[in-house]
Write a protein that binds this ligand. Structure first.
Ligand code: GLU
Length: 503
């Protein structure tokens, strides 16, 4: 029987989702979809101190904006809910008890003060305090105390935590889909807390219990969870549950320097690190998002897919559908992926080129109406000409304003370079040539003007550059005859006359 593939994205709602989190969600989504599997969103909100209002909605909005919606999750029950750990609280204690019963875990009554003192004493000697096989016999727990003492402590409601009893002198052979085989000496593990004195499970217990109950087959998550892998596998073994496959995705690194990409890198270098804009409910500080910066979701998805993965071919531009087909978890790299904001822009530019002209026209229309510009010009014709130099929809205006408005200012450098003493006379003469052209098509204007220039035996630049200044206001822009033809004879001549007057 083939197994139904079930994967989960399990963020903690402690703030907006960083693009690294979106990348984790994306790789889970791609893996699920290419296997006809189920992509689950589980909200890991057991730590109420770190809960941030609005973060869960933000996460859902971000996934939806990227077109990678979850199949099961809060509000979409697939029979494995609830999907918020805060709503599953009642489930976890019985599993902690089960581990106590089978000897894999124990009660620990050490007070935070005692542990703190021990930590400090160790530190003073240059050592790190680890609660495990080396010292658990000397600490206050159900392994060191008599049965009666334990029962009496429990009966008198003395605060306790439940700790995992890490095995001694074993070598664990772990396996990761990306990293291959990993050997771990259990003697270095500490006896992690599974259940806290406040009656809540820790991340480790809740995560394993939920992955099991939700029948997760593949755990795909960030590299920062690799150190927890040994404990997680030991927990599966202690429960005698089937162990899912694990894949730890490489870190996303700063564009320059060392370390993980952080919000501060974005602030410093002026690029978003969040998919959507986020306003912190406590500080009111707003962080920019890719959406609001004008990125297309398909560009962001494509850019993220290449953070730690590549198809092994030259192809870099992928649609989501293509990624679903081509993505291969085995081709994900172990090494951290440097984030490159320029490459992000490049992906955006490439995807903008793939947008059909009609879609762009609609968006451009909105920009024009915001500027109160009414036009009879065919926007599609203009977009076809300027699109290739645009990265964002907003660039369309900068690349095309001269089609709609005659220049009010002239680029100084351009004028200095191209507007000479004899220019006004030549421009006057040019207006007469243009006046005589009845069919003002691009080709016809081009032929007439070029013929006239040739006949005068002067350089093309002597006419074309000042003409460009007159029509555009600078030496930039697409083909001049195309501009002239589009804005029409009257407007072309008017702009030339205006310029003669002003310069
Ligand atoms: N709640 C963890 C996080 O915030 C989930 C880690 C995991 O996927 O196991 O990243």
């Amino acid at each position: 029987m083939t197994q139904d593939i079930r994967v989960r994205f399990a963020p903690s709602p402690t703030g907006p989702l960083h693009i690294g989190g979106v990348r984790t969600a994306l790789f889970n989504y791609l893996f699920a979809k290419q296997n006809n599997g189920t992509f689950i969103l589980r909200i890991e909100d057991t730590d109420q101190n770190r809960y941030v209002k609005g973060a869960e909605t933000y996460i859902e909005n971000a996934l939806n904006w990227c077109s990678i919606p979850f199949d099961e999750g809060p509000g979409k029950d697939g029979g494995f809910g609830p999907y918020r750990q805060s709503e599953r609280k009642h489930l976890y204690k019985q599993y902690a008890d089960q581990l106590i019963q089978n000897g894999a875990a124990y009660y620990a009554f050490d007070t935070p003060e005692t542990l703190d003192t021990l930590r400090k004493e160790n530190e003073a000697q240059g050592k790190t305090f680890i609660y495990n096989w080396q010292n658990r016999d000397q600490l206050t727990n159900s392994l060191s105390l008599s049965n009666e003492d334990v029962v009496s402590k429990l009966n008198s409601n003395e605060p306790f935590v439940i700790r995992f009893k890490s095995p001694q002198n074993e070598t664990l052979h772990l396996s990761d889909e990306i990293r291959g085989n990993i050997k771990i000496d259990t003697n270095i593990l500490d006896d992690k807390i599974l259940f806290k004195s406040d009656g809540m499970p820790t991340y480790h217990l809740a995560n394993i219990v939920d992955d099991h109950l939700m029948k997760i087959t593949h755990v795909i998550r960030g590299e920062e969870w690799l150190p927890s892998l040994a404990l997680h596998v030991l927990l599966y073994k202690a429960f005698d549950w089937e162990i899912p496959k694990f894949a730890h995705l490489p870190l996303i690194l700063k564009p320059v320097g060392k370390g993980k990409l952080s919000k501060r890198d974005g602030d410093k270098m002026g690029f978003p690190v969040f998919p959507l804009q986020w306003t912190d409910p406590k500080t009111n500080e707003t962080s920019s998002g890719y959406k609001e910066a004008g990125y297309l979701p398909e560009a962001v998805v494509n850019m993220l897919s290449f953070l730690g993965w590549n198809p092994g071919t030259e192809q870099e531009i992928y649609s989501l559908e293509e990624l679903i087909k081509e993505f291969d978890i085995k081709r994900v790299n172990k090494a951290g992926a440097k984030f490159d904001p320029e490459k992000a822009k490049w992906f955006q530019q490439q995807h903008l080129q793939q947008q059909d002209t009609a879609t762009l026209s609609k968006q451009f229309e909105a920009i024009l109406s915001e500027k109160n510009i009414a036009t009879s010009l065919h926007l599609t014709t203009i977009i076809d000409v300027i699109k290739e130099r645009a990265t964002f929809v907003n660039d369309l205006w900068d690349l095309s304003h001269f089609y709609f408005l005659s220049p009010t200012e002239y680029d100084e450098k351009a004028v200095k370079k191209a507007w000479k003493e004899d220019t006004p006379n030549l421009m006057h003469e040019l207006t007469r040539i243009l006046e005589d052209i009845s069919d003002f098509s691009e080709e016809n204007v081009s032929n007439n003007v070029k013929g006239w220039i040739k006949g005068k035996e002067i350089g093309f630049g002597k006419i074309m550059m000042p003409l460009r200044i007159a029509l555009v206001g600078s030496l930039q822009g697409p083909d001049l005859f195309q501009i002239a033809s589009l804005i029409g004879k009257k407007e072309t001549i008017k702009r030339i006359e205006n310029t003669i007057e002003k310069l």
